[in-house]
Design a protein around this ligand. Sequence first.
Ligand SMILES: *[C@@H]1O[C@H](CO)[C@@H](O)[C@H](O)[C@H]1NC(C)=O
Ligand SMILES: *[C@@H]1O[C@H](CO)[C@@H](O)[C@H](O)[C@H]1NC(C)=O
Length: 272
Amino acid sequence: MASESSQTRMVGTLVCLMVLLVPGLAQNFTQLAHDYAPYLRFDQKEGDSDLCFPQDAAEYYGARMVGDWGRKCNTDYNSLVNGDVPTYWHAQTCGFHLHIAYWNFYGYNNDCDCCSGERNAWWEFIVIKVRDWELLPHLHEVRFGQKWGWYTRIPGHYETYDTTHPVAYVGKTNHGTYHDDGGTGTCCYYEDFRNTGSANKNLKTWMNLVELQEEGGEDWMSDPGTDLWSGIHAPTFRSDWDLCNLTGCTGSIFQVCETCGCHKCDIGEGPF
Ligand SMILES: *[C@@H]1O[C@H](CO)[C@@H](O)[C@H](O)[C@H]1NC(C)=O
Ligand SMILES: *[C@@H]1O[C@H](CO)[C@@H](O)[C@H](O)[C@H]1NC(C)=O
């Protein structure tokens, strides 16, 4: 037994040495963020008036800074196809795992029913867990965010595009991200429409990734205020900025109208 454990120790030491000494094994977070960036799929009606695609947060912030409080809704699908719209990301190592958060910004959310849910400025996120990031990085859990809540899916319980990119379906009006399509078109938690139809509108987020930085990044990233974002914080100042302190889901395990992320979560409400 003693020799087995000393063998294990030796292998462990060797692996550590390799990580330190073999430059090829030093992982490049920018590259990993690119490799595992989400593939977003939109409702066929997204881009019709008031049903907005993601947009550049810096442009929105700049307009608000100079007193332009008009509605900012990106209805131009070509801006996604051409890679003009950034997806914001940041990465954090949590033990053996690397967590990468991807954020998209929407200038306007339309009503999710006849008459409620509308607001300016909205952020939605997807967080992924790359297991064994140092030696054998591979995509594992994916955490989908929607309507102030979230839930986590394990491999096989979400779709992928080109093997490495998790697929997220985006709600038509409130822009939450879900592992599946469908919806019945109400404001209830899972019910925002995500009917992709034959239009196949999508965003390959890896075409335009911008790293979130608490300091030294774009101006808006270091602004702790909420005024220009109609009352919400930029991702850099949210409580879920610490990617090692996330939970698997929030809300009820029963499918109710209110927040019920835990109903579709594979890992429970413990640590992500
Ligand atoms: C990391 O990867 C990015 C994207 O592929 C590349 O542009 C950059 O040069 C790489 N950085 C290092 C230090 O290798
Ligand atoms: C971790 O998250 C919990 C709940 O989201 C929060 O109350 C707590 O302050 C966080 N801890 C740290 C160290 O950020």
